[in-house]
Design a protein around this ligand. Structure first.
Ligand SMILES: Cc1ncc(COP(=O)(O)O)c(C=O)c1O
Length: 366
């Protein structure tokens, strides 16, 4: 008997595999595999989450109005141009479905975030990669790869897993070189960590025309990954399209109240940034001291090159670290099989990483 078949391309999708969260035989692993916040969420966000417990029988606000108004106030944006999603992954996914389909191309840089090809393929569109230069997106290569079939260009800025970023003038050059019919999505999942004068998450580019969207998340600096909450600033017409395709209650009530409290706790966000400003350069320097190449990162993570084969290869390092209870991220699916990505953790976690990598490089047995 015939059975239902998904559309072309769906069975070619390799399902997304999240970072490891358990190591056999280790009671409490050092989990540095998913770029979560080292210091966790604001206590005010946790209180807001707890306070919702008596309201679990109520549907959430389908328009996420208080959340949109808070984001609008803090960032100085028009609330009607803000959209929210069940993680920024959901926004990426629905925008891709709405703007690309079979016969279309979705473009991103060679080591770009994995959700871009996954969303493209789920929509039946063709994912296209543009080469990078020194692990950084290349505006020239992206523009060269644009064809009549290109519908969306995704740029994670900073990018995961490389941690590199493009300065604002380069992103503006990318936008200026794209036809107006191409949607440019600037994914600022790590924007809050970046303190470089030449960096911008892209709000001014969204304002400058009709084809740029900036996505953000509460999963990283706000420490609310479990609640799944993302937002985006869009042209009005794109916000309108999003509201047509998203499910009516896609952002749960706990995420909405915790998101409001987290964004209002500016001191906590500052503390998370300060922590990263201390420990990210420290971990980078320690890895360099051990003779390893570290891709220059502006995020809350670093990607370190071990090698593709032999006893010091990235896969060996990952397995060794895991046996010691240190969970890092293998990034072979990003075309970086020779590298390992480490999220910046608390001081003892960062020190545990350096101890474990030192032991690995010295050929110690676990
Ligand atoms: C570049 C980038 N964009 C988007 C996301 C998705 O974040 P969210 O938890 O909001 O779905 C991630 C998560 O790792 C990311 O690294």
């Amino acid at each position: 008997m015939a059975s239902p078949e998904p559309i072309d391309g769906i069975l070619d999708i390799a399902p997304y595999v999240g970072g490891d969260s358990k190591a056999d035989g280790v009671a409490r692993a050092v989990k540095l595999s998913s770029n979560e916040s080292a210091i966790g969420p604001s206590p005010r966000a946790v209180d807001a989450y707890r306070a919702l417990a008596g309201e679990l029988h109520r549907y959430p606000d389908g328009g996420f109005n208080a959340l949109r108004e808070t984001i609008a106030e803090i960032h100085g944006l028009a609330p009607e141009r803000l959209i929210c999603g069940n993680g920024s992954d959901e926004i990426i996914s629905y925008l891709t479905h709405a703007y690309a389909g079979p016969g279309d191309e979705v473009l991103f840089s060679a080591h770009g975030f994995l959700m871009y090809p996954l969303s493209a393929m789920a929509a039946g569109a063709r994912p296209v990669k543009a080469p990078e230069t020194d692990y950084r997106a290349s505006v020239d290569a992206l523009l060269d790869a644009v064809t009549d079939a290109t519908r969306i260009v995704f740029l994670a800025n900073p990018n995961n897993p490389t941690g590199t970023y493009l300065p604002a003038d380069e992103v503006a050059r990318l936008r200026a070189g794209l036809p107006g019919r191409v949607l440019l999505v600037l994914d600022g999942a790590y924007a809050e960590y970046v303190s470089r004068n030449d960096y911008s998450a892209g709000i001014e580019l969204v304002d400058a025309g009709d084809n740029v969207v900036m996505t953000r998340t509460f999963s990283k600096i706000y420490g609310l990954a479990a609640l799944r909450l993302g937002w985006a600033y869009c042209p009005r017409a794109i916000a309108d399209v999003y509201h047509r395709v998203r499910p009516p209650f896609n952002v749960n009530a706990a995420a909405q109240v915790a998101g409001v409290a987290a964004m209002r706790d500016v001191a906590h966000t500052d503390a998370a940034r300060t922590h990263n400003d201390i420990w990210q350069p420290w971990l980078t320097a320690e890895m360099s001291r051990l003779g390893l190449f570290v891709i220059p990162s502006v995020g809350n993570f670093i990607t370190v090159r071990f090698g593709a084969d032999g006893p010091r290869a990235a896969a060996e390092a990952l397995a060794f670290l895991k046996r010691r209870g240190v969970l890092a991220r293998g990034i072979a699916p990003y075309g970086l099989a020779d590298c390992v990505r480490f999220t910046i953790g608390l001081e003892d976690e960062n020190r545990a990483v350096v101890d474990a990598v030192t032991a690995f490089l010295s050929g110690a047995d676990v």
